[in-house]
Write a protein that binds this ligand. Structure first.
Ligand SMILES: NC(=O)c1ccc[n+]([C@@H]2O[C@H](COP(=O)([O-])OP(=O)(O)OC[C@H]3O[C@@H](n4cnc5c(N)ncnc54)[C@H](OP(=O)(O)O)[C@@H]3O)[C@@H](O)[C@H]2O)c1
Length: 285
């Protein structure tokens, strides 16, 4: 039995499908099973990981856990790691971040700090582990969908900011292999998982335009305006400022390290952003 946190999320949905297709038994956690629209073959279980519920029943009889920080945040994740060890779960595959580099840079921004702390907690748990250190998710660009639909214009402080957008299905595929593996080949491994090519914000916006058959463009705004637009109840201003500065830092940085982990681990090449944009064209139209 494999427990999947964040099962209705970008990665979680793909992961549940993939695990079921491989014949695994899956317990999919969601706060609202009625709205989750998860496959009937999965055991869909209600869980608010921020609540006061006992976590033991969620993990009972499970061999492995896919742990996504998005499902309740770092406090919930830390409690789940503890509960998994107590419940006799053998393996954790942690959805971590490319922000973790095992260098002092890990302390320089809140994303890296949070994921690095979780990686430490998983290592310290004594359980088997694999870390999926994803690059910037292609799904981040869904935040542009309202303005692309409305005007074709994306407002961003750093149109030249570079990333290596990664498809959620590739993250799920890597996680699935690590969860199901019986050879031990992926234990104790931290995989940097990137898309196949570096792209600027402007290039991603243009690619979305090609996918939807409309002209799209980036309009440059100040860092303060970007912080204002990005911050809200889930992202305090200071954290938004760290992010905007981090993106700005990629404009003139040395080229991104591309990883071949998707191909090495899953046997298929990483999906391109162009493919992602075509698959998500309806979101931007
Ligand atoms: N974005 C990036 O560029 C990036 C890069 C590297 C790493 N990451 C990591 O990836 C994570 C995002 O993964 P994702 O895109 O797959 O997530 P996502 O699509 O945001 O999905 C998160 C799921 O978590 C569930 N959830 C939220 N609050 C919950 C709670 N209190 N209790 C239980 N479940 C809860 C929700 O499901 P229900 O509504 O069904 O409960 C939601 O579908 C980030 O948090 C970060 O750790 C992101």
């Amino acid at each position: 039995m494999i427990v999947v946190t964040g099962a209705t999320g970008n990665i979680g949905r793909r992961l549940v499908d993939r695990l079921l297709a491989e014949g695994a038994a899956v317990r999919a956690l969601t706060r609202d099973p009625a709205r989750a629209a998860l496959p009937a073959e999965a055991e869909v279980v209600r869980a608010d990981l921020n609540g006061a519920d006992d976590l033991a029943p969620l993990l009972a009889g499970a061999d492995a856990l896919f742990l996504n920080l998005a499902a309740g945040g770092d406090g919930a994740a830390a409690r789940l790691i503890d509960a998994a060890a107590k419940a006799g779960v053998r393996r954790i595959v942690l959805n971590s971040s490319m922000g973790v580099t095992d260098t002092p840079a890990d302390e320089t921004n809140f994303i890296s700090r949070m994921h690095a702390a979780l990686e430490r907690a998983v290592r310290d748990s004594g359980l088997e582990w694999t870390f999926v250190r994803g690059a910037n998710y292609a799904t981040n660009t869904l935040a542009w969908a309202p303005s692309i639909r409305e005007s074709g214009v994306v407002r961003d402080a750093h149109p030249g900011a570079r990333g290596v957008p990664v498809h959620e299905a590739d993250l799920a595929d890597v996680a699935a292999v690590a969860l199901l593996d019986r050879t031990g080949a992926h234990l104790g491994r931290a995989y940097l998982v990137t898309g196949p090519e570096p792209m600027t914000v402007a290039e991603q916006v243009a690619e979305i335009g090609r996918a939807i058959g409309r002209e799209t463009r980036v309009e440059r705004i100040s860092e303060d305006e970007a912080v204002e637009a990005m911050s809200g109840p889930h992202l305090p201003k200071e954290a938004a400022r760290e992010l905007v500065r981090m993106f700005g830092g990629t404009v003139d940085a040395p080229p991104f390290a591309l990883s071949d982990a998707v191909e090495r681990v899953t046997g298929h090449p990483a999906r391109t952003f162009a493919q992602w944009a075509r698959e998500h064209a309806a979101d931007f139209s």
